[in-house]
Design a protein around this ligand. Structure first.
Ligand code: FO1
Length: 303
């Protein structure tokens, strides 16, 4: 089994790439739930859904989230009523949130609902929300505290962040299946997801750092290439918080938790510095913009 710590798009693409070189049934994703929200009474798990849709081959590649062939009639009607329509839930996507919310009301866990949705969509990999309990990533900004999607979608992350917090940790139980998947995997991989917004909220859950630390063989793919995030605000956020927005800055941030770094050819000059800090470094193409490059990355990760 290979276990991947996962956020949204970057992780979904890495998992899809890994499916090119290993049996998808051998893959487990431990997925961030800090982005989750309740809106219109529906429980929405954006990172879980992005991974599910991508592995099912149903994701909208250009938009980066949601389903392909989406329509927006419900949102248009909601807008006409003066309802909250800034967080766009497509007509097809709504079925996922309706199903999950109903199952949670019946007493199912997020883990169970996720497994049912993944099975129904034909996903062979194991998808594990990092916790079944509510944990929420919130941002301290120069304009005051903001809920995650308020910052990410409503404000299009165009606001200066002074701190990232994860609320609910004290009462949250880490998914036992996720901890077992970290401890029992042949290989654990940290996906090229936002370190501060996607991976840190997983690492903040009880027992995760310890489980990773005990292994000492974790491989990570840098989400920063040539000083910029491929998608999303990781570079700006790292600068806002006084971290160097580079592959080396991400390596410093995770420190000894990661043994081996996979960095992009564009960042080959940083290999000496990252290696000097005690990491093994593999330099390859990390931009998964075609199947051949995606496969090359997957092979480098599993080498
Ligand atoms: N991202 C947007 O930029 N705008 C949206 O309206 C939006 C809606 C949305 C609905 C369901 C879902 O699963 C994801 C959605 N996303 C949207 C993506 C999401 O906000 C972020 O990409 C992740 O939370 C960050 O990983």
């Amino acid at each position: 089994m290979i276990t991947v710590l996962a956020g949204g798009v970057g992780a979904a693409r890495l998992l899809r790439a890994l499916c090119l070189v290993v049996d998808p049934g051998e893959l487990t994703a431990v997925i961030n739930v800090g982005d989750d929200l309740v809106l219109h009474g529906l429980t929405i798990c954006p990172d879980v859904d992005t991974v599910t849709y991508t592995l099912a081959g149903l994701n909208d590649e250009a938009r980066g989230w949601g389903l392909t062939g989406e329509t927006w009639r419900v949102m248009d009607e909601l807008e006409a009523l003066g309802g909250e329509a800034w967080f766009r839930l497509g007509d097809r996507d709504l079925a996922t949130h309706l199903y999950r919310t109903q199952r949670l009301a019946e007493g199912a866990t997020k883990t169970e609902a996720t497994a049912e949705i993944a099975r129904a969509r034909g996903v062979a990999s194991t998808l594990l929300p990092a916790s079944d309990d509510p944990v929420a990533t919130t941002l301290e900004t120069l304009e005051g505290p903001m809920a995650f999607q308020e910052y990410f979608v409503r404000r299009r992350h165009d606001v200066t962040v002074t701190a990232v917090r994860v609320t609910g940790l004290a009462a949250a139980r880490t998914s036992p299946a996720a901890l077992a998947a970290i401890a029992g995997a042949e290989r654990v991989v940290v996906a090229p997801s936002n370190p501060l917004l996607s991976i840190d909220p997983i690492l903040a859950l009880a027992g995760v750092r310890e489980a990773l630390g005990e292994r000492g063989d974790v491989v990570a793919v840098s989400p920063i290439v040539g000083g910029a995030a491929l998608k999303g605000p990781a570079d700006r956020l790292m600068s806002d918080l006084g971290l160097e927005p580079s592959a080396a800055g991400v390596a410093d941030h995770y420190g000894g938790l990661v043994a081996t770094w996979v960095i992009d050819e564009l960042d080959a000059a940083l290999a000496g510095r990252i290696g000097g800090a005690g990491h093994e470094v593999r330099v390859t193409t990390t931009v998964m913009d075609d199947p051949a490059r995606a496969r090359a990355l997957a092979e480098a990760v599993l080498a």
